[in-house]
Design a protein around this ligand. Sequence first.
Ligand code: C2E
Ligand code: CA
Ligand code: CA
Ligand code: CA
Length: 276
Amino acid sequence: AKDKGGGEHCRFEPALHATAEERRRLEASLRTAIHGEEFVLHYQPVVDARKETIVSFEALVRWNSPEHGFVSPGKFIPLAEDTRLIVPIGKWVLEQACLEARKWPEHVKVNVNVSPEQLLEPDFHQDVIKAMAASGLRPERLEVEVTESIFVRDAATARNSLEKIMALGCSVALDDFGTGYSSLGYLRTLRFSTIKVDRTFVQGAAQNSNESLAIINAVVAMAKSLNMTTTAEGVETAEEAELIREMGCDKIQGFYFGRPMISDEARRLFKRHPYE
Ligand code: C2E
Ligand code: CA
Ligand code: CA
Ligand code: CA
């Protein structure tokens, strides 16, 4: 019979191994995924809080791997960032999203998530220029989404990169606001067009958390005085939509108005409703 201590030790190791092995296998698959055309973009509507019309769609990448099945972005994006594979993947996302947005009504924007690794590439703005040229999309219709984490690694380069994109006419949204390593300093000098209030605050507010309500109120007031708009993320019910509207958020995104959907479905929304 095995001795207890050894047995406990052994029981733990295979699990650790499986994680490292799983990660290695995922990474190997991720390297070939882009050529295998295994990525697809889904689009989630962002609506005007008062008029309830679609003002934009956020492009959200999906990975359907022959080996691993459906892998959620929450799992593979961090891996893609660690391995820098996010640079080619992100370039593909940007190009695809712009091509798709070209088929929507002129007033509808497209929001594209950009990782720090992409933004800190010296010629990121060239990727934006190329995506505009290839799609024929007006730069005013592209809103890039970045998180506060871009300011942690190399604030000067991040700022420089964002200013170049803004100079092209694109807008920039600050994503997941309030969840990161907030330093409000950059809000003074960078002209973000939108602050996206993280879902955790929206859920908190809906559950009558005074802290969440206070934070949303503060963000909305701050955005207004800085001439920026706010988008509330993760709005799932009519009650939440109403609460968020009353709090003065400009835009709403969440399952209540629409889940991320395939491009055909997103396009059909314009035919069904008089959104134009
Ligand atoms: P995110 O940018 O904060 O995107 C919003 C996430 O919230 C999406 O998850 C969306 O499906 C989910 N969501 C939207 N409305 C609701 C709601 O009402 N309730 C709940 N529970 N969730 C909602 P998703 O698509 O799984 O993406 C997760 C994260 O992966 C994104 O968070 C973003 O950080 C990252 N990501 C996705 N696509 C890309 C991409 O193309 N490039 C980069 N760099 N990151 C991406
Ligand atoms: Ca986002
Ligand atoms: Ca977000
Ligand atoms: Ca998020």
